[in-house]
Design a protein around this ligand. Structure first.
Ligand code: MG
Length: 384
């Protein structure tokens, strides 16, 4: 009766983007929900989920870690972002099922909760320096003591000119720090658009104490590049939202290359992999600062993980008054994790604590959303 009876990927438009959910049903009728995080390439993940269903249907839904291993290693070519995004959704759904089966919240399956509420950082951006500062003020006045900006200087259409954009970003950070003082934790997401030298120049534009961390200034394929950058600035780094396994996270911890672990539970491989990375982070006195840019299932899974780990800083939230993204639509998700001011309330019901209105979500026809393809002023390719 505990066997997996069916696995169904559901791709739907929710708010400004698509969400790839997964519905796993057991022979005794328990339904588990998961979410996958490879935004903009959801069709390839959905196809992988259908491949996995070929050998997962009929397996014991309680063998979660074994299913992780078999999914990762069964096709000879181990791992990779598409596979682990699919595995993440399956893993989260199996934890949801196990929690419902045992009548306990998922955090109880992870060792129990270490905190009563989950602090968040608020995100803000804008079309101008003034708008970014105004949005930061709104967040601070709403109770956030930790915010992260995406600079208006990075919102320049299809052309990204690093020097011009970084000048704007530096002014925003300096103004926010001047207005709110040292009591505010202030970070900036640089969306891995820069080179090592550009990042070092940016750090030199900032008086000491302006910023508490910079998030992903460069791409993460090369730990050596981050090791080089680490010698060029004293500012802490927040890296890891793109990691798709413990092996990608490993050099960043062992070599002291990140000071916050930006784990994404919907990409790294679900609870099974995320808890291992959180544990290794703990052993290096690195707090996790999870990436959480998706819908209520991602948020709920991340909240349960955040409740259960010792080493935690802030969870990203996209549910503040300065962003209208529509990812947490209450019609589609009539039950979901709730916020009280700047914290998420840890849910105490069985499983993840999320209900999906299946009629509503199946009416949300997905249409492909392609991220912007940015160019440098000379026409060459740069990251979004
Ligand atoms: Mg980021």
């Amino acid at each position: 009766m505990t066997k997996i009876a069916s696995i169904e990927p559901i791709l739907a438009r929710v708010g400004i983007r698509n969400q790839l959910l997964i519905k796993v049903t057991t022979e005794d009728g328990i339904i588990g929900w998961g979410e996958s995080g490879l935004s903009a390439r959801e069709e390839s993940v959905a196809a992988t989920i259908r491949h996995f269903a070929e050998f997962l249907v009929g397996q014991d839904s309680r063998k979660i870690s074994r299913i992780w291993q078999e999914s990762y290693r069964s096709q000879y070519f181990e791992g990779g972002r598409v596979l682990t995004a699919a595995m993440s959704a399956v893993d989260i759904a199996l934890y949801d099922i196990l929690g419902k089966r045992l009548g306990v919240p998922v955090y109880q399956l992870l060792g129990g909760r270490q905190r009563d509420a989950i602090p968040t950082f608020g995100c803000c951006t804008g079309k101008s320096i003034d708008e970014v500062v105004d949005n930061a003020r709104t967040l601070v006045e709403s109770g956030w003591n930790s915010i992260r900006i995406n600079s208006s200087g990075f919102e320049t259409g299809e052309i990204f000119d690093p020097r011009a954009s970084l000048t704007v970003a530096a002014e925003e950070l300096i103004r926010i720090r001047r207005e709110f003082g040292p009591g505010l934790c202030l970070g900036i997401d640089l969306h891995h658009r820069l080179s090592v030298a550009e990042t070092a120049s940016f750090c030199n534009m900032l008086p000491q104490g302006t910023v508490d961390y910079i998030e992903e200034p460069i791409r993460d394929e090369s730990p050596e590049a981050y090791a080089s950058l680490r010698t060029l600035t004293h500012i802490p780094f927040a890296i890891g939202e793109e990691f798709s396994s413990k092996w990608q996270a490993l050099p960043y911890l062992e070599r002291g290359l990140t000071q916050y672990m930006r784990i994404d539970i919907c990409n790294i491989g679900g609870f099974t992999e995320a808890m291992k990375v959180a544990g290794w982070s703990e052993s290096h006195y690195v707090d996790i600062m999870p990436h959480n840019p998706l819908g209520p299932i991602c948020t709920a899974a991340t909240v349960h993980m955040a409740a259960a780990v010792a080493n935690f800083s802030w969870l990203e939230t996209r549910q503040t008054s300065v962003e209208q993204l529509g990812f947490h639509d209450p019609v589609i998700f009539p039950k979901q994790v709730q916020m009280e001011g700047p914290v998420y309330v840890v849910p105490d019901g069985p499983g993840l604590g999320v209900e999906v209105n299946e009629d509503a979500i199946k009416n949300q026809e997905a249409a492909h959303v392609e991220p912007p393809h940015l160019r440098r002023p000379d026409g060459s390719v740069t990251n979004w």
